[in-house]
Design a protein around this ligand. Structure first.
Ligand code: HEM
Length: 115
């Protein structure tokens, strides 16, 4: 009888440990700081500068706090655009003055947010 009680207690302990470790995994996955996730990556203005399209770097620009990938965009070559416009910077105010305006953003991949 003692042996059966011992086995039941061991079983209960083991189940509790398994339950706790499963709920911890669930908690970790929902509270994961997703700053490495490409859709929600947050760029500082200094970090954005490194995405200038030069030396094989991707070319990113920020507009209204959103960071877009212009690496393969029409009219952009190695991070350079018309009228001396370059990648790696916040183009919010310049885009408003551009001949085409913000409609060019519609087809661009979003890579994150600007801090
Ligand atoms: C998010 C930033 C921008 C994107 C994605 C973008 C995209 C484009 C695209 C797709 C074209 C047409 C290219 C072609 O047909 O060869 C273009 C043309 C042009 N862009 Fe931009 N552009 C951006 C920012 C700017 C800014 C800030 C300026 C200047 C202030 C500018 C000035 C021009 C000019 C002068 C042209 C040629 C005329 C025209 O097509 O309307 N762009 N741009």
């Amino acid at each position: 009888m003692k042996r059966i009680k011992f086995i039941i207690i061991c079983f209960m302990l083991l189940s509790s440990v398994l339950l706790i470790s499963c709920s911890k995994k669930e908690y970790d996955s929902t509270t994961n700081n997703s700053s490495t996730n490409s859709e929600t990556k947050t760029f500082t203005i200094d970090e954005l500068k490194t995405y200038d399209g030069q030396n094989g770097n991707p070319a990113y620009v920020a507009v209204d706090g959103i960071v877009y990938d212009v690496t393969d965009a029409d009219g952009w070559n190695n991070g350079k655009h018309k009228n001396g416009i370059v990648a790696g910077v916040d183009l919010t105010s310049k885009l408003a003055e551009s001949p085409h305006g913000a409609k060019v953003l519609n087809d661009l991949p979003v890579v994150g947010k600007l801090e």
